[in-house]
Design a protein around this ligand. Structure first.
Ligand code: FAD
Length: 106
């Protein structure tokens, strides 16, 4: 089984990768699928306090699924909220697509 750290790291990898390849202008179907995916994920994530917190954050700030750029920013902000809670450094959200889609320039 995965420990909490590996589960978290792998889960963020999937979440950020899905967002990075999500279109800037999604179809109505894509928006509905992404909204349903994120809400289901937040309820099913097998770390009770993480799940509760993520659900509460989604209720406060719904994912902007009609706009791919805004969605990447939102997810980066969500991850930064967890980073802050855990005392980890804040990630620069201007670099989120370099990290999760295009790679770092040399
Ligand atoms: P991670 O935080 O897993 O990050 C992986 C990589 O993502 C980093 O190396 C970095 O390159 C990149 N990254 C970092 N920040 C960002 C960002 N803001 N945007 C884009 N990319 C970024 N753990 C708890 O102990 N308590 C919690 O309440 C908790 N809630 C969680 C909620 C969710 C939805 C998820 C998916 C995980 C949660 N975790 C929680 C796990 C925690 O966030 C980390 O995944 C885990 O501690 C491992 O951390 P890490 O240092 O390996 O890097």
């Amino acid at each position: 089984p995965l420990d909490q750290v590996s589960l978290g790291r792998k889960s963020w990898s999937v979440l950020h990768t899905l967002a990075a390849y999500y279109p800037d202008k999604p179809t109505a179907r894509q928006s509905a699928d992404m909204d349903a995916f994120l809400r289901s994920f937040s309820r099913l994530f097998p770390c009770p306090h993480c799940s509760e917190e993520f659900q509460a954050n989604i209720a406060k700030s719904p994912p902007p699924v009609r706009d791919g750029r805004a969605l990447n920013r939102w997810l980066c902000d969500q991850h930064n909220l967890v980073n802050e809670r855990l005392g980890k450094p804040k990630f620069d959200c201007g670099k989120v697509l370099d990290r999760w889609r295009y790679g770092w320039p040399d």
